[in-house]
Design a protein around this ligand. Structure first.
Ligand SMILES: [Zn+2]
Length: 399
């Protein structure tokens, strides 16, 4: 017998998930628990892919384009437990809120999406794919892998990152770049025998400021922004002239920027400031990278790059979603449509793969990644009730 797809069961499942820690790359226990639940709910084709993403399908009654519901399996670190009012892995219900790490980012919405899909088996206009992905909190390796693998082919994606009941249609992306300055190390007592990599630092910082004053802007997403955030000097010894200096840059980018264009623009700005560089000194501009290892064993040296995206507010899916969701405060009005301030896996689905993507979930952005993380139970109940209408509306809008 399959488990009943009710809000109360979804909430209990969310509490179970909160009790299972799982940072990026360590999502195995969460994945295992989700796999069991998807089977118990009667989803079809439940599976775990190479990257560790967990996927299942609620078969629809018709052949409308498939809608994919997406949350992520990982959470960010909980920090010092004594700083939490309610223990981070308690999943406790208190004062009308579900508490703990992941309550709203994103195990609460993950449970609601999964249950909402199950409630639409044989009823949705088309298949509803439930695909919860790994490594979202570190740039979206899971979603990138899922879409590149071709194992799912959604016509539309609904992301469960907190929107506080609004419909979200995009966000800026993020890229981390490095300017590496090189020289010749030497004893600080004999500068004539060395070439100080730090000599180029001031020009780099000025170049970044030049670039910062020359950023694109978007009416809805706001302006792109770039800033230097860290300088590493090697070797780290105060009586040695350094032969390597790495300047880290954080760039909040607009949709359409890719690795090559970002690197080129920094290089051009640096070149403009450095008319002549002494022979013994040099510089290189590159994307910052990080080694990521999935719990299934995939190893990837990844550029720290999360694409942005923006749906046209006039796209049929956006209007259909806003009307289907309505407002918690005024059911007869369409939901507010806006971008998120943070980045999501929608950058991959829409920004890179061009699949119409919207976000809808209960929860307030301000609690994400904090030690006060919580999900309002009544708002979650409302959001759960809105999901079937939302899924049907976006599938129908595409037909
Ligand atoms: Zn999230």
């Amino acid at each position: 017998m399959t488990k009943a797809a009710s809000f109360d069961n979804a909430l209990a499942f969310a509490a179970d998930l909160i009790a299972i820690p799982g940072l990026s790359g360590k999502e195995d226990d969460v994945a295992r628990r989700l796999f069991q639940e998807m089977e118990a709910l009667g989803l079809a084709d439940v599976r775990v892919d190479d990257a560790g993403n967990v996927i299942g399908v609620a078969r629809g009654r018709g052949d409308a384009p498939a809608a994919m519901l997406n949350c992520h399996l990982d959470v960010v670190a909980e920090g010092d437990h004594s700083e939490w009012e309610v223990p981070p892995f308690s999943g406790e219900l208190r004062d009308g809120f579900l508490h703990g790490r992941g309550a709203m980012d994103i195990k609460g919405p993950l449970a609601l999406q999964t249950y909402a899909a199950a409630s639409m088996i044989d009823e949705a206009p088309g298949d509803v794919i439930v695909a919860h992905t790994v490594y979202e909190e570190r740039g979206g390796l899971g979603m990138k892998h899922l879409l590149e693998s071709g194992s799912v082919e959604p016509g539309v994606v609904i992301i469960g990152e907190a929107t506080n009941g609004d419909v979200c249609i995009g966000h800026r992306g993020r890229a981390e770049l490095e300017v590496v300055l090189t020289g010749v190390a030497g004893h600080a007592s004999a500068p004539e025998r060395a070439a100080n990599a730090l000599d180029l630092l001031s020009d780099v910082l000025l170049a970044v400021r030049d670039l910062a004053e020359n950023q694109k802007s978007d009416e809805l997403l706001g302006a792109a922004s770039i800033i230097a955030t860290m300088v590493d000097v090697l070797p780290q010894t105060r009586n040695v002239i350094p032969d390597q200096v790495i300047v880290a840059l954080d760039w909040r980018i607009l949709p359409g920027d890719d690795h090559e264009s970002l690197v080129r623009r920094v290089r051009e700005a640096v070149e403009a400031r450095m008319a002549s560089v002494p022979d013994a000194l040099g510089y290189e501009v590159r994307m910052a990278t990080e080694r990521q290892v999935t719990y299934t064993g995939i190893v990837a040296d990844r550029d720290l790059f999360t694409p942005g995206f923006l749906m046209d507010p006039a796209h049929p899916v956006v209007g259909a979603a806003a009307r289907a969701v309505g407002r918690l405060s005024a059911a007869d009005q369409a939901a507010e449509v806006r971008p998120w301030t943070f980045a999501t896996d929608g950058g991959w689905s829409c920004g890179v793969h061009g699949i119409p993507t919207v976000g809808f979930a209960p929860g307030e952005e301000r609690f994400a990644h904090t030690n006060r993380e919580r999900l309002d139970v009544e708002e979650a109940r409302w959001g759960y009730a809105r999901y079937p209408g939302l899924i049907a509306a976006v599938q129908t809008a595409l037909n």
